[in-house]
Design a binder for this molecule. Structure first.
Ligand code: SF4
Length: 370
């Protein structure tokens, strides 16, 4: 298998497959794949990135670097000019700090700052220090010269587990401290590496950041709920639920809602892009979604607790009706057909929503909602 000209460690086939995935994620037509590939390969267009670690487990960097086939980590690291990354850089001590200082001044106003981890604010931020500076100081100093900031992971986006009450260190996300810069949140515990890659490629190709939702998340990755694309959704609609881990209903692959699945309230593309080279994801292997991309769910709602379903949304393979855009739609005939399909889906969803919060089903024979 031939190698890519610009990425010696990634085969051409894997490189093109990655570009195809990125194009699909960004909603670009297939004809744009060559443009995506050209942008990824353009050597003189590599954005300077400074990557800071604060209160975190390094899981976001790990999930990015441990990905393989294609070597996403390699691709990402070759596409950017990574000037500072405390986990990856060979230098340490004064050498590392000089590298950070030099990059900030040489690229003022042009570099992308990536933050991984929450920022403790209590007692002047003394609970997290790197190179003698608090995370608070570093974020303010390095953030001041950045063109944009990408908060990678739920800790950097919203504070994560460190910010859960009683929050002894006063941990917060980047958006709570920096108010005058574009901030892109890529939450997840960990986030999917493709979401980071696609955000960077969007910036490289169009010289602007992707459209964001009200929580600062790229819409291309966080625009739909996990529940809308879930492979267990047919069981949800039919009222077949797993009621205990290891039970027959669980082994049958039934819907995990009654085991606390947060998919109906969680915006993310995990059910489409998946993890581990696109073959596995939590719900696929029998674990309920824990809502790790939502600030009010992860570590704030018990894993076994069920979420309320306020706005039932149709499964993604049903007719594409935008429930929030009633009245605007295609031709009347198509609308009628789509309305019937959506009506059936909404009706089923409403019935589920009415029944489900009342508690688990009786027994565990087949996990029925009745
Ligand atoms: Fe999938 Fe969870 Fe929705 Fe069930 S409740 S269909 S497991 S996302």
């Amino acid at each position: 298998m031939g190698k890519g000209s610009f990425f010696p460690d990634v085969s051409r086939r894997d490189f093109i497959k990655t570009c195809l995935t990125v194009s699909a994620m960004l909603g670009l037509p297939a004809s744009m794949v060559s443009t995506v590939a050209a942008a990824a390969e353009k050597k003189d267009n590599r954005p300077t990135v400074i990557w800071l670690h604060f209160q975190e487990c390094t899981g976001c960097s790990e999930s990015l670097l441990r990905s393989s086939h294609p070597a996403l980590g390699t691709l990402i690291l070759d596409m950017i000019s990574l000037d500072y990354h405390e986990t990856l850089m060979a230098g340490s001590g004064h050498q590392a700090e000089k590298s950070l200082h030099d990059s900030i001044h040489a690229n003022k106003g042009k570099y992308i700052l990536v933050v991984e981890g929450a920022i403790p604010t209590k007692d002047n931020g003394i609970y997290c220090k790197v190179g003698g500076k608090t995370a608070l100081e570093s974020l303010r100093t390095v953030g001041e010269g950045a063109a944009a900031i990408i908060a990678v992971g739920t800790c950097a986006s919203y504070g994560g587990i460190q910010s859960v009450g009683p929050n002894p260190t006063g941990a917060v996300g980047v958006r709570d401290i920096i108010k005058d810069k574009p901030i892109i949140n890529i939450p997840g515990c960990p986030p999917n590496p493709y979401n980071f890659l696609s955000t960077v490629l969007h910036y490289v190709m169009f010289n602007k950041l992707p459209a964001l939702d009200q929580l600062g998340r790229p819409l291309f990755a966080y625009g739909r709920k996990i529940h809308e694309h879930c492979e267990r959704r047919a069981h949800f609609d039919a009222g077949r639920f797993a009621t205990a881990f290891g039970a027959a209903s669980h082994a049958e692959g039934y819907c995990l809602y009654k085991l606390g699945c947060k998919g109906p309230a969680t915006y993310a593309n995990c059910s489409v892009v998946r993890f581990n080279d696109g073959v596995a994801w939590p719900i696929g292997i029998g674990h309920p979604c824990i809502g790790c991309t939502e600030p009010e769910l992860l570590f704030k709602t018990a894993i076994a607790d069920k979420v309320q379903i306020h706005e039932p949304t149709p499964f993604d393979s049903y007719a594409p009706v935008d429930l929030k855009d009633k009245g605007k739609g295609p031709a009347p005939l198509t609308t009628g057909v789509m309305g019937l399909a959506a009506g059936a889906a909404i009706g089923a969803g409403v019935m589920m929503a009415r029944k489900l919060p009342d508690g688990p089903g009786k027994g565990d024979d087949h996990g029925s909602a009745e």
